[in-house]
Design a protein around this ligand. Structure first.
Ligand SMILES: Cc1cc2nc3c(=O)[nH]c(=O)nc-3n(C[C@H](O)[C@H](O)[C@H](O)COP(=O)(O)O)c2cc1C
Length: 328
């Protein structure tokens, strides 16, 4: 039977925070979950003691359903298994697993056996069908999205085609959703909830660098570009970012332009690094990868996470009533 994203994840509001590495830290994830939506931290490459630190801070921040995001193609099968086992062993059942792109079949089986909810983001119909058949909530990412791009289709076309193929699956729309009106359009195309990245980059609790937040607030969709230049650490995947001196002139040297710390782990940032500038980043922030969706068109200020969730609440609840005939 078809369920809303809120029902599938056991939350009040069918808004999912994208698990953005370096941006969606425990403070932002907990604030989103405590506001009634589905928070998520970006686990990115964290493993071992650094991941443990993040999971502890997440547990201290909320006892509501909340997710941890990993990226199978960045870490590879062996390290993904390590991250996943750590997550399953160190967190309560209310913590769901979020993945960017399809994992190997064994991962679906392991998460199912653990009793956790699994959310998988895809950019193509066949990938969505595969994820849904294995019991995952499917996030349909359109090319409007900020960050790395999994496919080539506009969001609502992908949502509508997935809905057609999967009448009973839980399908969440992602990409270019910056306002409740944008969310209403995606829901009308057949989505059961929405996932927001860029809209939460600017949130007060987000760990994005202040320069990055201001740039998103000041930008329009025309200031974003789809490029492959921020490839160090995550090669061979196109991404939508704010246009910078690096996207405009990619022929520059690959020297170090800054440093950043994530959960106590220090990284040097070379020019062309895939790492986003965070509140711990120093150096030439303006040249770094500032992932940003077309959603920035609707983003004009820096509210708290709870304000963002509240703004989307009405349209999501209205949708739940229309689809299921009952209040959620
Ligand atoms: C700054 C930033 C970082 C991101 N990092 C991740 C990540 O680590 N893992 C992930 O699954 N998706 C990541 N994404 C992509 C989101 O999951 C999602 O596809 C996208 O944000 C949706 O489009 P929107 O930004 O217009 O809302 C990131 C997006 C942004 C803007």
């Amino acid at each position: 039977m078809r369920t809303t994203a809120a029902e599938a994840l056991g939350v009040e509001v069918g808004v999912l925070l994208a698990g953005m590495g370096g941006v969606s830290g425990p403070e932002l994830a907990a604030a989103v979950s405590n506001a009634g939506a589905a928070g998520c931290v970006g686990g990115y490459k964290l493993v071992g003691e650094h991941l443990t630190t993040m999971l502890k801070r997440l547990a201290a921040g909320t006892d509501k359903p909340v997710g941890v995001n990993f990226i199978p193609e960045v870490v590879g099968a062996r390290e993904l298994t390590e991250q996943l086992e750590q997550l399953l062993g160190e967190t309560p059942e209310s913590v769901y697993v979020s993945l960017f792109g399809l994992p190997e079949d064994a991962v679906f089986d392991r998460v199912a056996a653990s009793g956790r909810r699994l959310v998988v983001q895809v950019g193509a119909v066949e990938d969505g069908v595969r994820a849904a058949e294995r019991g995952a909530v499917v996030v349909a990412q359109g090319i409007e999205a900020g960050g790395h791009l999994l496919g080539h289709d506009p969001r609502d076309e992908l949502v509508a085609r997935l809905r057609d193929r999967l009448p009973d699956a839980c399908v969440v729309a992602a990409g270019g959703i910056g306002s409740p009106d944008d969310a209403a359009v995606a829901l009308a195309a057949g989505a059961d909830g929405v996932l927001l990245g860029t809209a939460f980059v600017v949130a007060r609790e987000s760990a994005a660098h202040p320069y990055f937040k201001e740039a998103v607030i000041g930008a329009s969709g025309a200031d974003t570009v789809i490029t492959g230049v921020y490839e160090i650490g995550w090669p061979n995947r196109r991404h939508r970012v704010l246009s910078t001196a690096v996207t405009e002139n990619p022929g520059q040297a690959k020297n170090f332009i800054g440093r950043t710390t994530i959960e106590g782990k220090l990284f040097l940032v070379p020019r062309f690094s895939a790492a986003v500038p965070t509140d711990s980043t120093t150096g030439r922030v303006e040249e770094m990868a500032m992932y940003c969706g077309l959603s920035c068109d609707a983003i004009t200020r820096a509210p708290s996470a709870a304000e963002i969730v509240a703004a989307f609440d009405r349209v999501l609840r209205g949708h739940a009533v229309a689809e299921t005939g009952k209040e959620s």
